[in-house]
Every structure is written in structure tokens, then in C-alpha cells.
Design a protein around this ligand. Structure first.
Ligand code: G6P
Length: 611
């Protein structure tokens, strides 16, 4: 949550900070602010979006070659001007931006109040600013020392950047739990929560690790731990280009990302699936494949859409590799003293690679001795750096808050993994294995043919713009797709929606069905087809509106549903990759027609780095 940017060098800092905040706005968007340094540090901040901040500074002095900026997702204190970052310490010695949560902030605040400190905001960040200042003034230490000493008293997570009035030509940055990347230029450095604000200036970056502190001037970067041990910075070269993070003519990132799925799926299996030789190769986990083959159990953990992908993974691994799988919300798993065996394989799924609960669950599994693997999209993020091995999804940057192409990429990786393990284990026959390899290669074309129907899907969506509730149904592999369809609608259009296994409908949700209720059903031809036809009849008997995703040429469901969206035939295990596309489009169009901010839905953030 929250986005952080910083700059120190010879250029004007303002445009770098503002453009950076725009790129990071997907991380939080309830208030924004910047601090610019010349002879003194000026702070500009306001409630609202980055655009509001731009309006706010119009006509003001925005000069300076050193600066920091922040876009906020509120944790402590409502979104207002006062609670926006940057925060100043009481005696104006420090200005700070912070992402994360200081868990012991109220006891620290009490102590500081007893020592005469007054607070102008409700944030934990102001507590941190004052704590740093108190240590600085009392201990007669340098700014960097004060930051390190203050952080050693803090419980919680932070990614932060600090300016000290007395040491104006440097920034001090630190990280624990909340990501921070430093871009290395010539005589200049850039800071950001992820690499997207940096890549137009430099591809050379340093990812800070937990407990790292960086002291940055124009010409020099010193890296150490909060315990003052010196570290050698590890500079990595990125492989990201600017077009990947722009809208390229699409009205929203979400729509662009939905349409990118023909390509992103190809990118996910590029170099990994060789249709001609029917080979499957996942370099990142090659060495642990024997462990996967031997595994007595796989635990899959994730949050949100990644958890839904994990549920598809359960069906895939159980079918292809005949290994028991449990799928867990990371937030539940980590807090309920789970039973973890040292021969368990724990598979963590995350688009951002930064989700706090998923990271904590990984650490728990590692402590228990399990082998921990990751499926992540953001290269170099915390989860890949904290797992034993893993596979990148290579879907490219996903900026729309509602996850779309990351889901299909995650499911693609899970499919490849399950096939590979099943084939090595002998539980997936050569014939079935080859059939699935061939079909995987056909998926981008099939996705394209669904996207070609987007105009018709838009017209259909218009009919449900005023709904207040919706039900999503599916069976087997398509049950997680129903969950994902419902989540997409909820997230961006604020229509209450529930995903259910179709057969479970009669144990509760059927009571909700009346002529106002749209029921979206994933009902392609598979082994439970007859059963789902009965479920559709049950809905129709209660006058519900059925919108069914069916296999091309289906006449049975066409005869009973209010609307059908035909999609190309595929293998049952691969059906989630196609059926989810119309659901993504439906939620997108409904949200747009309702006038919702699709890319930045209210109260949500792309990357949830708080617990
Ligand atoms: C947030 C996002 C979701 C995402 C979830 C898990 O809630 O809004 O789109 O599915 O976090 O994020 P991760 O990066 O771990 O996949």
C-alpha cells in the first residue's frame, strides 16, 4: 500500500516525483504529497489524487534537486490533508515519507507526549518522525544514526525516506517489510516502492532487503544494516520497457491488461513449452522437481485473486500429480498454528511478490522446514527473494488494481507445474501430457477469439448495470473461476456478488434468487455438464436471469439461459483460462457504465503490504 518516491541529483526533482507518484498511484490514492529541498524543505500535500496535488502546487515554488513524494492508502487516520505524507517532526528537523505500519506507535506516542511532543496528525508516521528527531536532538548523533536507533525501537513494517534539515544533501532510506528500490544513475539516485517510476531514467537498481539502511548523496550511496554493519550494494539490471507501463491507447489499464492476455500467456510459456518436441521446462524449479514428485502434500498459499489461482492449482495437482493439496488464505494460515511437515511443499502465489501476509506465511513455513516455492510476477520482489525456488509468471507489469492477466499467468504456471510433476511421476500419461501441451499452445488464439466478442459482451453487460447483487456459479475447475468472477465485479463496480459451487447453491444462495438477480454461470462442456444444466434449471425455475459461458455450439443451455457467451472448446483442466475472460470483461464494462474508477477502485490497493 502507499507509494514512495525520492530523488537526489542535478535535475529538477518535481517532475520526477510527480510522474513517479502517478505510476505508483495504483498502490494508494487517498492523499498525496511531496517535499522539495532548496535552502529549506517545503512540504506540499493534500487529500485526493496526484492530480489534486498538481493543482494544489500550481503557482507555488516547486524548485529543488532533492525531494521525496508519497501517495497514501490510509491505515492510521482518515484521508485528509493533515494525515497526508510527508510528515514533519515537531521541531522541523526531519521530513519523512513512510509506507507500512508502526504497530507500537501508540506506546511510542505516549512516551513522546510525556517528553513534550505534540502531534498534528493521527498517523503512525508522525510518531516515527518525532521519535527520530527526539533521538537526534537528545543524543547529539547524525541523522543516519538517529534513523537507525529509532528503527530499532519500532515494531512493524516500513519503507521510508527521510530528509534532515541539518544534513540537507542526503536522503536516508530504510526498509523492513515494505519494498524499496533505489535507481542508480550518474550523479543521481532515484527511490521508489517499485521500479516503475525509475525505469525511464535508469535500468540499474538496488533492491533493499529488510533491515537495510541507505545513506544517499548525489555521488555516493552507503548501505548498511540498522545495526551499523556495512553492506556491499548489489546492483541489478532491469529488463522493463516504458511501453509496458503505459496505457497505449486503452481507456484503462484493466482493459489493456485483459486484452494483453493473448500475449501474456505466450510470455508465460515462452521458452518453457516447446510444442514441437512436447517439452516442458521450468528452470526456476528444475532442481526441486524430484522433491515435488516425492511430495506427500502441497500447501498453496495466497491472497485475493492469487488464492483463486491457487484453488485452480489444487484441482490441477490433484488430477495430474495425484498429490493432496490444501489451499490456504495466507492470513489465516499464519495465525492458526498450522501443521507443517518438513517434507511439505509450500507454494506461495503472488502477483506483486510483496503481500505482507503471504510473506509472513512463507517465513512460517520456512521455519517449519518445508520447501517453499514461489509463483510471482514482479521480478526481484520480496517473495522470490525469500523462497527456495520459484517460477516467474512473466505477465509484464499489472497496474490495474483488479488482477486479470496475472491470474491467467498464475494458472498457466500452475498447469505447467502440475503437468511436469504428473508426467515425471507417471500419474499423467504421455498421451494426456502431449494433448495438454498441444492445447496450451492453442490458448492465445482462443483467448483472442473471446476478446473479439468484447462489443457483444459490452452490450450484454449494460443490461446488468443497475443490479445490486449477483451470483456466480461453477463446478470443478470452474468453481474458482466463479469466485474470481464475483471478486472482479465486487472490486470495481461495488455490486455485491458471491461465487459459489453450483451444487451448493441449493444450500443457501437459492433463497436470494428472484427476477432481479443475475446469475453468471461458467458452464462449458465437461464431466459435470449435465449437473450444471440442472443447476441452471433450478435458477430459471426461480425466475433468476442466467448469463452462461458455454462451449461453442452448445444448444441445450442456449435454449434455457437468458444470454450465452460462446467460447472455444478446450480441455477441462484448461477451461479456467478461457472462462475467466468473459467474466473479466463483464465486470469491466459494468463498472465503466456505472461510472466507477476501474483502475483505482475505492478502498483497495494493488499491493497490500500491511497485515
Ligand atoms: C490485493 C489486490 C488483488 C490481489 C491481492 C493479492 O488485494 O488488489 O488484486 O489479488 O492483493 O496480491 P498479490 O500481489 O499477492 O497477488
Amino acid at each position: 500500500m502507499c507509494g514512495i518516491v525520492g530523488y537526489i541529483g542535478k535535475r529538477d526533482a518535481y517532475p520526477i516525483l510527480i510522474n513517479g507518484l502517478k505510476r505508483l498511484e495504483y498502490r494508494g490514492y487517498d492523499s498525496a504529497g511531496i517535499a522539495l529541498r532548496t535552502d529549506e524543505t517545503r512540504v506540499f500535500k493534500c487529500k485526493g489524487k496526484v492530480q489534486d496535488l498538481e493543482n494544489h502546487v500550481e503557482g507555488l515554488d516547486i524548485s529543488g534537486h532533492i525531494g521525496i513524494g508519497h501517495t497514501r492508502w490510509a491505515t492510521h487516520g482518515e484521508p485528509n490533508d493533515e494525515n497526508a505524507h510527508p510528515h514533519r517532526s515537531m521541531n522541523n528537523k526531519f521530513v519523512i515519507i513512510h509506507n507500512g505500519i508502526i504497530e507500537n506507535y501508540s506506546s511510542l506516542r505516549e512516551k513522546l507526549i510525556r517528553r513534550g511532543y505534540k502531534f498534528s496528525s493521527e498517523t503512525d508516521t508522525e510518531v516515527l518522525a518525532n521519535l527520530i528527531e527526539y533521538i537526534y536532538l537528545k543524543g547529539n548523533v547524525t541523522a543516519e544514526m538517529a534513523v537507525r536507533l529509532a528503527l530499532s525501537k519500532v515494531v512493524g513494517a516500513y519503507g521510508l525516506v527521510v530528509i534532515c534539515e541539518d544534513e540537507p544533501d542526503q536522503l536516508v532510506a530504510a526498509r523492513k517489510g515494505s519494498p524499496l528500490v533505489i535507481g542508480v544513475g550518474k550523479g543521481e539516485y532515484f527511490l521508489a516502492s517499485d521500479a516503475t517510476p525509475i525505469i525511464e531514467y535508469t535500468q540499474s537498481v538496488i533492491y533493499l532487503n529488510d533491515d537495510d539502511v541507505a545513506i544517499i548523496s548525489r555521488d555516493e550511496l552507503t548501505l548498511k544494516t540498522i545495526h551499523n554493519d556495512k553492506l556491499t550494494p548489489h546492483i541489478q539490471e532491469l529488463d522493463l520497457d516504458i511501453e509496458q507501463i503505459e496505457k497505449n491507447g486503452y481507456e484503462h489499464f484493466m482493459l489493456k491488461e485483459i486484452f494483453e492476455q493473448t500475449q501474456s500467456i505466450k510470455d508465460t510459456f515462452r521458452g518453457r513449452v516447446v510444442p514441437a518436441s512436447k517439452e516442458l521446462f521450468l528452470g526456476g524449479i528444475n532442481e526441486v522437481i524430484p522433491k515435488l514428485v516425492e511430495a506427500r502434500r502441497i500447501l498453496i498459499i495466497g491472497c485475493g485473486t492469487s488464492w483463486h489461482a491457487g484453488m485452480v492449482g489444487e484441482y490441477l495437482f490433484e488430477e495430474f500429480a495425484r498429490v493432496p493439496v490444501e489451499v490456504e488464505y495466507a492470513s489465516e494460515f499464519r495465525y492458526r498454528n498450522p501443521v507443517i511437515y518438513n517434507d511439505d511443499i509450500v507454494l506461495a502465489i503472488s502477483q506483486s511478490g510483496e503481500t505482507a501476509d503471504t510473506l509472513a506465511a512463507i517465513n512460517l513455513a520456512k521455519e517449519a522446514g518445508a520447501t517453499v516455492l514461489g509463483i510471482c510476477n514482479v521480478v526481484g520482489s520480496s517473495i522470490p527473494r525469500n523462497t527456495d525456488a520459484g517460477v516467474y509468471t512473466h505477465a509484464g507489469p499489472e497496474i490495474g488494481v483488479a488482477s486479470t492477466k496475472a491470474f491467467t499467468a498464475q494458472v498457466t504456471v500452475l498447469t505447467m507445474m502440475a503437468m511436469l510433476v504428473g508426467y515425471r511421476k507417471g500419474t499423467l500419461s504421455k498421451e494426456e501430457y502431449e494433448k495438454h501441451i498441444d492445447e496450451l499452445a492453442c490458448l492465445p488464439e482462443k483467448i483472442k477469439s473471446i476478446l473479439d466478442k468484447s462489443e457483444a459482451i459490452k452490450e450484454l453487460s449494460a443490461k446488468y448495470v443497475d443490479s445490486t447483487n449477483a451470483l456466480y456459479l461453477g463446478r470443478g475447475y470452474l468453481f474458482p473461476v466463479a469466485l474470481e468472477g464475483a471478486l472482479k465485479l465486487k472490486e470495481i463496480s461495488y455490486i455485491h456478488a458471491e461465487g459459489y459451487p453450483a451444487a451448493e447453491m441449493k444450500h443457501g444462495p437459492i433463497a436470494l434468487i428472484d427476477e432481479q438477480m443475475p446469475v453468471f454461470v461458467a458452464a462449458t462442456k465437461d464431466k459435470s455438464y449435465e449437473k450444471i444444466v440442472s443447476n441452471i434449471q433450478e435458477v430459471k425455475a426461480r425466475k433468476g436471469h442466467v448469463i452462461a459461458i458455454v462451449t461453442e455450439g452448445d444448444t441445450v443451455i442456449k435454449g434455457m439461459a437468458d444470454h450465452v457467451i460462446e467460447i472455444p472448446e478446450t480441455l477441462e483442466a484448461l477451461a479456467p483460462l478461457l472462462t475467466v475472460i468473459p467474466f473479466q470483461l463483464i465486470s469491466y464494462y459494468i463498472a465503466v457504465l456505472r461510472g466507477c474508477n476501474v483502475d483505482q477502485p475505492r478502498n483497495l490497493a494493488k499491493s497490500v503490504t500491511v497485515e
